[in-house]
Write a protein that binds this ligand. Structure first.
Ligand code: ADP
Ligand code: MG
Length: 238
């Protein structure tokens, strides 16, 4: 299978502080890579470099044939190719669920309103929220808002999905419903990088797990081996 994401020798500094140290990683089409590691180890920074929310100082990143780290490649193209879901859902509060999902397809992809809405309803159904199309974010639970955020990212027909701790801001009883949606995407063959503290989920849904510490990937393996037979001494349990 072809690489969907290719990260080669990436380093990133914030002032004097080196947040990423020569990180290399490839994610194949349809593969789900879980990213784990202690707080401050560079997990979010790595994801943010993949969709150019951060620029890299050294190294190169590609999504398919498009080089993310080449400034000549249009940022809009990079953002269309990579759907990002954050810990905080960041829905537009004054727009309904449906309007949140159709906004970018209509204004960025220039889709017709009717076809964007048709697709939005399909996506809402997919995340189990068809009856909430006309609800505003404040009328939805955290888990429901995050599912709308996932539908919104999918509406751009991304080649890869990037999740940064998608359940960390949720009440415990809502974690499961969001993980279920992500699991469904995995079964559907979506290529994903997922930063998570949900170890059971990482183990079950991940094809591969990478463990980061202090800006480096210090271990990379299939989930069962990484969790049962860690090769590296870890600086902390988390
Ligand atoms: P993680 O997601 O693994 O918790 P991050 O990638 O958010 O870690 O951060 C890695 C390190 O880089 C941390 O020490 C953090 O303080 C630092 N860092 C992240 N973003 C910035 C920034 N914009 N400016 C300065 N330091 C940053
Ligand atoms: Mg983070």
């Amino acid at each position: 299978m072809a690489d969907r994401i290719r990260i080669e020798n990436v380093s990133k500094w914030f002032g004097d502080f080196q947040a990423l140290k020569n990180v290399s990683l490839s994610v194949k089409e349809g593969e789900v890579v879980m990213v784990i590691g202690p707080s401050g180890s560079g997990k979010s920074t790595l994801l943010r470099c993949v969709n150019r929310l951060e620029t890299v100082d050294e190294g190169r990143i590609w999504i398919d044939q498009d080089e993310v780290t080449d400034p000549r490649v249009d940022i809009r193209k990079i953002r269309e190719e990579s759907g990002m879901v954050f810990q905080s859902f960041n829905l537009f509060p004054h727009l309904t669920a449906l309007q949140n999902i159709t906004l970018a397809p209509i204004h960025v992809l220039r889709e017709k309103k009717a076809s964007a809405e048709k697709r939005a309803y399909e996506l809402l159904e997919r995340v189990g929220l068809k009856d909430k199309a006309h609800s505003y974010p404040a009328q939805l639970s955290g888990g429901q808002q995050q599912r709308v955020a996932i539908a919104r990212a999918l509406a751009m027909k991304p080649k890869v999905m990037l999740f940064d701790e998608p359940t960390s801001a949720l009440d415990p009883e809502m974690v499961g419903e969001v993980l279920l949606v992500i699991r469904d995407l995995a079964e559907d063959g979506m290529t994903m990088m997922i930063v998570t503290h949900e170890m059971g989920f990482a183990r079950e849904v991940g094809d591969r797990v990478i463990f980061m510490d202090e800006g480096r990937i210090i271990e990379e393996n299939v989930p069962d081996l990484l969790f049962d037979h860690p090769q590296q001494k870890r600086t902390q349990d988390f």
